[in-house]
Design a protein around this ligand. Structure first.
Ligand code: SF4
Length: 191
């Protein structure tokens, strides 16, 4: 549910809604039986009033096609209403501990700068070919920590504007930073 709510929505917004939602809708049946008006009202603070029909469809599909369970394979998750590649991979990694990359704009920017990983797609974090290749770099022993660290460092340190290179745990191995030390002008450009 948290992954569903976090689609195009900030963490602070979701935190204000999540507990209330789980108390009111503790299982799939309560979502399916809940009124559209109340579901819409509870989800409204997330800022997307169009989300409740998708959530209802998701609950119905999980009950009808998966016996009320969350599937643990990419194809089944990706086929669910309202679940895209990123959400499917987030569920596989965070809920099932599977080594799948969670590539969003922040983690892509970090990998691009630190490792020189690039794609010519307009939306790199939606490049399925790149995403599938990056699955191979996710460690099997703790994929959750790996992905959460990527997202965290990508959003707070390797920021789009004014990255904080000096505080970055990757600066000794970062391709961009190491190259920048030889050509300081490029650091000033990135800043
Ligand atoms: S050293 Fe700088 S460019 Fe490299 S990953 Fe860290 S913040 Fe990003």
């Amino acid at each position: 549910m948290a992954v569903f709510m976090l689609q195009r929505t900030g963490v602070s917004q979701v935190m204000n809604v999540y507990d209330q939602f789980i108390q009111r809708y503790p299982d799939l049946a309560s979502i399916i039986e809940g009124s559209a008006e109340e579901l819409s009202r509870v989800l409204r603070p997330l800022g997307r009033v169009d989300r409740w029909p998708v959530l209802k469809a998701l609950a119905v599909t999980l009950v009808k096609e998966h016996g009320g369970d969350i599937p643990d394979d990419l194809a089944s998750l990706d086929a669910l209403p309202g679940v895209g590649q990123y959400s499917a991979r987030a569920v596989l990694c965070l809920a099932f501990g599977k080594p799948r990359i969670m590539l969003d704009p922040n983690s892509y920017r970090l990998l691009s700068r630190a490792c020189g990983i690039v794609t010519n797609k307009a939306r790199p974090h939606a490049d399925v070919g790149l995403i599938e290749r990056l699955d191979a770099v996710v460690p099997h022993d703790d994929p959750r920590a790996f992905n959460l660290a990527l997202l965290d460092v990508g959003s707070t340190i390797c920021r789009n504007k004014a990255p904080i290179h000096e505080s970055c745990p990757l600066r000794k191995v970062c391709r961009f930073w190491v190259e920048s030390a030889k050509t300081p002008q490029s650091v000033r450009v990135l800043r």
